[in-house]
Design a protein around this ligand. Structure first.
Ligand SMILES: [Zn+2]
Length: 346
């Protein structure tokens, strides 16, 4: 009895019965209905910017697919299928992730899938391939996956998750049903942040910095992340004020550390530039940091913003390079960005 009581602890149920985020209900209901009607597409591409909870959605949806007796449209958390999944030993579930963080998904990893896809189910029901981040497949890996997608095996469902669908081969994209995750309405995001203990102006500003992505906003509020961010923005301000050397700083920031990766750092930067562009065009200088940087830009009028737009695009390309599989020289990438940033203020 004690054991049964334990599994009913509120926190535990969250682990046992994964559910989508509040802003994902449309996608959830649509896919859930397709699955219940036996019309679930054999490959789904869950896509949208980082920090929206796509992996949480994939977790919940794979749990649903593997559950023998779903309840209220969610996995029950109690049947044999759910127990196997919770124990991490479900024979019909395979997770394909890079061997090291930020690393590529390799062709050998995809080839190993062939065995999983080819055999018959250990149990009745779906077999699920979870693959994330899909954009980290190199061309060979993507081509190997393509073979699997071209010859779907009845009960297999591929769940591909990506923050950057443009980093995928078009042939992969075209063989998956796209499940797009847009940024949730600000109110829904703030409500969720409030429930997670992040409130007030801090929540709004983290959400703005996260480009509206609630999970990323919550992560940005972690003290160690804030520390790195503040230090980075301090250095960007120093570059704008010509009181620091771009090349020297690039060397310090090409590997920001455990709390923050380079891609996230560039995202901070890009959101900062986005805020600068917005503030100048609407003339609402809400953040001191943004206001300080804007004052340092040469010129006034709309013409003065043109280089800033160009820099925003360069940050986009840099982030695409980082999340792709071309393995760019990070030091060089950072140097180019920091030199160009400095030049914006000359
Ligand atoms: Zn179940």
């Amino acid at each position: 009895m004690a054991e049964v009581a334990n599994t009913r602890e509120a926190g535990d149920i969250g682990v046992r019965i994964p559910s989508p985020m509040p802003w994902q209900l449309n996608q959830w209901q649509r896919l859930g209905a397709q699955w219940a009607a036996g019309r679930c597409p054999h490959a789904l591409l869950l896509n949208g910017q980082a920090g929206l909870g796509k992996r949480r959605f994939a977790e919940a949806f794979s749990a649903l697919l593997l559950c023998d007796q779903p309840r209220d449209g969610l996995a029950c958390g109690e049947c044999r299928g759910c127990q196997l999944r919770i124990a991490g030993s479900h024979p019909d579930f395979i997770r394909v992730v890079p061997e090291k963080e930020q690393g590529p998904l390799k062709v050998e990893q995809i080839r190993q899938l062939g065995e999983f896809v080819g055999r018959t189910s250990g149990r009745e029901g779906a077999r699920v391939v979870w693959l994330s981040p899909a954009e980290s497949m190199n061309v060979n890996a993507a081509n190997a996956l393509l073979k699997n997608l071209e010859e779907p095996s009845g009960s297999v469902v591929f769940l591909l998750v990506t923050d950057s669908p443009s980093g995928l081969l078009p042939t992969i994209r075209s063989r998956c049903q796209s499940v797009a995750f847009p940024v949730p309405p600000q109110q829904a995001a703030l409500r969720w942040l409030g429930e997670s203990g992040v409130e007030g102006p801090a929540a709004s500003s983290a959400l703005a910095l996260a480009g509206g992505a609630p999970l990323l906003a919550a992560a940005l509020m972690e003290p160690e992340v804030q520390e790195v961010r503040d230090q980075f923005f301090g250095d960007l301000a120093a570059l704008a004020a010509s009181s620091a050397n771009a090349v020297a700083l690039a060397g310090q920031w090409d590997s920001p550390g455990d709390a923050v990766d380079l891609n996230l750092l560039l995202q901070f930067w890009q959101n900062l530039v986005g805020q600068m562009l917005k503030s100048r065009s609407t003339d609402t200088l809400n953040e001191q940091r943004v206001a300080g940087l804007l004052q340092r830009l040469p010129g006034t009028g709309p013409e003065s913003l043109r280089p800033l737009f160009g820099f925003y695009d360069q940050l986009t390309r840099a982030r695409q390079l980082l999340t792709g599989n071309s393995n760019p020289n990070r030091r060089l990438l950072m140097e180019e960005l920091m030199i160009r940033w400095s030049n914006l203020f000359r």
